[in-house]
Design a protein around this ligand. Sequence first.
Ligand SMILES: [Zn+2]
Length: 219
Amino acid sequence: MQSMFACGCTSEEYVTRRLWLKARPPEECPYCSLKGLECSLVLHGYYDRVHPKGARVRRYRCTRTGRTVSMLADCLASHSCGDVDTMERIAKQREEKSSFGKIAAGVARRLYRPEQPIEGPLRWVKRRVSAVGGFLAAVVSLRPEELGGVEPTVTALRAHLGSERVLVELRHLAGAQLAGLDPPLGLRPRPLNAVLVPGGRFHKARGYRGPPGVRDAPD
Ligand SMILES: [Zn+2]
C-alpha cells in the first residue's frame, strides 16, 4: 500500500536533497486503524525507482500484519515511472492544442533511449493525458465545496487555485480519498495479477534490499 509523503518539491529536488530520508510514517496504520486495532509502523527499508533516477521510496512495516506502507512523494507518479509535474505539463500542452506527436517527441528526449521508436512515448503521453483528465474530473466531483463549477482542466484549475502545480494540490485536497483513485495520480492499490505480469513493477528498480538498519538512518 502507498501513502502520500508531502515533500513539497519537484522530483529533481527530491533526488538531489534525498528527501525520502525525511519521510515519516502515516499517523495511523492504514491496515489496522479501520479495524480499531493499535500497532506500530517500523522502518522497512526503501525501494529504488527507475525514474527519476536516484529516487528512493521509504517504506514502513505494520508490526501487527507484517504488511508494508510505501511513502510516495507527492511529486512522483504511483505504480508508474515519471513525475507528476511532467504529467501536468503534457496535459497543459494538450489543452493548448499541441499534437500528441510533438508532445511525445519532447517526452522521448527526456525519458527514453534515443533508439526507442516514437510509438512508446506516444502511448505513454496518451495514457497520461487521459489519466490527468480522469483525475481532475474525479477530484472536482469529490470536492464540490472547493472546486464546484470549475472546469476539470489544468488551465482552469491553475487559475482557480492560483498554483502552477495543480496535480500536487489536488492530491492533497483529495486526502484519504486518494486511496480510492486510480494510479498514476491516485493511490489505489493495483490488483494482485497486475504486479505479477512481467514489467508490472517497472517503477521499481529493485525490490526490498535487506533488513532495515544503518542505511535508513537520516543523514
Ligand atoms: Zn498496522
